[in-house]
Design a protein around this ligand. Structure first.
Ligand code: MG
Length: 160
């Protein structure tokens, strides 16, 4: 068993979509980023890469690379899982924390869990999601940014 953690933060600005865990969230502000700015999938990708000791998302998908502009972050997690699988590692479960003052995410939690589970090839019962505010403190608390943390457990695939 190998555990990995990941973290990501994005500025929230007008005129950008807010995508979390591959789900479009209705919001007057969205994530500023080179790709689609999905903080959940970026944290999750880093957690997978970390568990497999394969570096970080910036090593594999540099944000200077035009190929990654506006890119669907589902590609990042799929690629990270493929790299881990090459080392014989498959996911066991994932746990995610989203920190955002707004919008309220309660209406989206089950959809985000379902999407993350599908991307990771896991049952929904193995994907945890917690949505928290930042108690009004700092940039997260003022609604100027959104952050996500993720933990992923990988196990060695049984040899056939
Ligand atoms: Mg990011």
């Amino acid at each position: 068993m190998r555990v990995g953690i990941g973290y990501d933060i994005h500025r929230l600005v007008r005129g950008r979509p807010l995508i979390l865990g591959g789900v479009r969230v209705v919001s007057p502000v969205g994530s500023l980023g080179h790709s689609d700015g999905d903080a959940v999938l970026h944290a999750l990708t880093d957690a997978v890469l970390g568990a497999a000791a394969l570096g970080d998302i910036g090593d594999h998908f540099p944000d200077q690379d035009k190929a990654h502009r506006g890119r669907d972050s589902a590609d990042f997690i799929r690629r990270a899982l493929a790299l881990a699988a090459r080392k014989g590692l498959v996911p066991v479960n994932a746990d995610i924390v989203v920190i955002a003052e707004r919008p309220k995410l309660s209406a989206y939690k089950s959809r985000i869990r379902a999407r993350v589970a599908a991307l990771m090839g896991l049952p929904v019962s193995r994907v945890g999601l917690q949505a928290k505010t930042h108690e009004g403190l700092g940039e997260l608390g003022s609604g100027r940014a959104i952050a996500a943390q993720a933990a992923v457990l990988l196990k060695e695939r049984k040899k056939r």
